[in-house]
Design a protein around this ligand. Sequence first.
Ligand code: ATP
Ligand code: MG
Length: 331
Amino acid sequence: MRRIFSGIQPTGIPQLGNYLGAIRNWVGLQRDNECIFCLVDMHAITVWQDPAALREQTLAQTAVLLASGIDVQRHILFNQSAVTAHARLAWIFNCVARLGWLNRMTQFKDKAGKDRENHSAGLYVYPDLMAADILTYKATAVPVGDDQRQHLELTNDIAQKFNHDYGLDFFPIVEALIPPQGARIMSLRDGTKKMSKSDPSAQSRIEMTDDADTIALKIRRAKTDPEPLPAEESGLENRPEARNLVTIYATLQQCSIQDVLNQHGGEGFGPFKKALTDVLVQHIAPIADETTRLLKEPGFLRDTLRDGARRANVIAEPIVAEAEALVGFLK
Ligand code: ATP
Ligand code: MG
């Protein structure tokens, strides 16, 4: 049985891309794997978070994950800062990773933009903490969206250098589990930018707690081009917004892009957007309803995270203590 680790930042309500690129796969992987899922609050503060909002979002995300089908009886769900082993291993990895490796990370470039000098040092070393999150548990498979591919390659570089420097096959090689479709859902306002829960425009994303009217409005306003849908997939070339809406439809329905075009090719965006709204509501409404119910029980949500942290710590502590001993820290 593989050990799976994956995380999500409590920087807002999970959006459709988080669901299709990550969370839905987490749910499926629970069947045959030992899973550890984490609300990565230490990653979240690499950009400013209002403290009260961070607490609230951590609980809200817990509710969305439970509502999506994360099973905390059989698997582990907790918030990162509650297991201190992550921070200890991250510090070691800050000393293993090379500046040149971090300089190549495109997520830092995307998030920092031109104003690089004014961003936190934490945002820069974010990938070292992510490597620590995974290797704190010696997890071997990590279900993520496409934007995390480069960070997982870095995780393997760090693991290999640690193993080389300290003379042991201590950390395993990690495999990225990236879904063949839906691994990069794009913004509803700009088909060249990925959908993100921290995008300043709420119109750019569908949130997993949006009600039917909100979904309908966001899809109606989603950017498109004036052409009808093509009959063939090749007709979506250079039409990023059209491709994105078709991809969302296909991924939700677990069919291919060509299947969607066989059904809707030749239609204008008016009717297609209506059909897409129906499919979105059908998938999101049950999750949104259950989330609303769970949010009325903040004590239960807190207890769930606390119990998860306790169980995560039992796995993490001996692994990180051994890594520290290998480095030469005196106990
Ligand atoms: P933020 O804007 O704060 O970075 P985010 O929406 O990018 O938020 P993360 O918490 O960084 O979400 O990522 C959680 C998981 O969701 C990761 O596995 C990531 O690869 C995946 N993911 C994020 N955005 C998308 C997307 N647009 N399409 C598919 N998967 C995505
Ligand atoms: Mg992100």
